[in-house]
Write a new protein. Sequence first.
Length: 132
Amino acid sequence: MAPEKDKFDLLYNSFKDNFTRLFDSYAKVSGSYLVIIGWLVSSEKTLVFIAHNCRAYVSCIGTLVLISALYMVLCYRMYLKSGRLLRSLVSLNYMEPEFYDSYKISLRSFLIVISGQLLLTAITCVMLSLGS
């Protein structure tokens, strides 16, 4: 059986990495959406093409909705994992929770990330619709 310190280190590193990954992925996804929005704003040819091609329009909207849904599922799984890891760390009773519970993904943080994702998806879909 592994020593308590090794178990704690493994759980703590997973807990911290999970927290970091949520916000790192949000920054990357948000940046990608902003690039898409900027491209749509600056490219009249793209908007005209999408406006006159129903398949392209439906494909773009469908892709955005699918990516958004998959990302929300990923975030939800990270939120749940955070709770499981915290419970494991607490039950290990190696160190007081106040030293590491700041890495817990709170419901509030989860909802902020999801809301931001939905807002960027909606803005991008509206930008696509304005061209049609």
